[in-house]
Write a protein that binds this ligand. Structure first.
Ligand code: ATP
Length: 169
């Protein structure tokens, strides 16, 4: 699976619209502590439907919205889009690219889109199921995640294997 690009706006430390294009080779993101590297993987998890604030290193969902700095006021919503190559038709769609978008307002309202068409969270989950991506997938391995998998209950571990085997649907 090839993640082509990520667009972030108003999400955590990314106040301005930022587009990251990933080339075919490995992409490494480097930067000083606290510069926002982990916020990028949080954005990927989030756009794929993550609902647990803790998994996004926050205490409530509002924490994902840019909260302002000394020089700049807080923003009213966060938006992330993930563009995935679908030329091999991994996803059940005729489109050669799939763009997932999630928007979240301070009022607590959520919006999800697939290729700019409004959908439900359920549709995002269903699209990503059995692809290895998704909020319960194993495609993002953060600090402490390996220990979590190894020490998890056997039923939870089974979910990881089922997703890897492509039979969770
Ligand atoms: P390290 O190398 O230490 O792991 P990192 O590059 O991964 O650091 P992150 O954890 O991604 O850094 O980013 C932390 C920064 O993001 C902090 O400066 C924090 O203030 C900022 N940040 C997080 N949430 C928000 C928010 N809602 N609004 C504004 N800034 C935020």
């Amino acid at each position: 699976m090839y993640l082509k690009a990520l667009e972030i706006q108003g999400f955590k430390s990314f106040a301005d619209k930022t587009r990251l294009s990933f080339e075919k080779d490995i992409t490494a993101i480097v930067g000083p502590n606290g510069s926002g590297k982990s916020n990028i993987s949080d954005a990927i998890l989030w756009v794929m439907g993550e609902q647990r604030s803790k998994a996004l290193r926050g205490s409530k969902m509002e924490d994902v919205i840019f909260g302002g700095t000394e020089k700049r006021g807080a923003l009213g919503y966060a938006q992330v889009s993930l563009i995935i190559d679908n030329s091999a038709h991994i996803f059940d769609s005729d489109q050669s690219e799939i763009m997932l978008t999630r928007r979240y307002y301070r009022s607590g309202e959520s919006e999800y889109y697939i290729n700019k068409e409004a959908v439900r969270l359920k549709d995002i989950n269903s699209l990503l199921m059995d692809t290895g991506l998704g909020r319960d997938g194993y495609s993002i391995i953060g600090q402490g995640r390996i220990a979590e998998i190894v020490s998890s209950r056997s039923t939870d571990r089974r979910d990881v294997f089922e997703e890897a085997a492509g039979i969770s649907r």
